[in-house]
Design a protein around this ligand. Sequence first.
Ligand SMILES: [Ca+2]
Ligand SMILES: [Ca+2]
Length: 209
Amino acid sequence: MKRLAIPVIVLGVILLSTGIALGCVWNAGCWLTGGGLKLEPAVNMRLAERGAKQTFGGNIYPGCSPEAGAGGQWNHVDHYQKIHFQGWTVQEVNCGYDGSIGPSSTSPDTPFNFIEARGTGTIKGIQGNKFPEGTVNVNFFLRAEDLNEPGNQKANAANGGVLIDRYYLHVWDSDGLTYLLIDTDNAAGTVDPVTITGGNLQLHVSSCP
Ligand SMILES: [Ca+2]
Ligand SMILES: [Ca+2]
């Protein structure tokens, strides 16, 4: 696959006829893609990363309707647990702006700085891992915050900006068993995104009518 262009998480929103007040959140159709520079062999894509063990990216809601493309596909590979999560169907997307976490995204300019998505997918073991056995149907909740360009910790370099993009992911099955949690305090009930270390999260305003 070719190296991704800098925009790697894309977010769009249908309803943009009014401005956003500080702290205002809209429910709207959004686009989300994510990735980075590191080729992830498990999915043959260039994904963003959190340390050496977590890679993630793909797209969610790649159309003007949540039904378009079944809502996209999101990948998260956990090399520590040796599991691969794929989000296949998105049932709910929320885009918004939270002034307490940083400015609205700037490349391109949007009035937003976060996206949240809820949906269903699958999880399976990789690299010889036998747990879970086979492929398990799961639910997921994801939050991505686009706070800088490129948005990873390299942003701390000269002229790199100040803030770093952040990411939260919770994956659980119908029994409530958590398979994957990317969360600062490791408590799924509170959404505390972690800073990413490679790649980029990026929001775009949708051109949908
Ligand atoms: Ca970013
Ligand atoms: Ca938490």
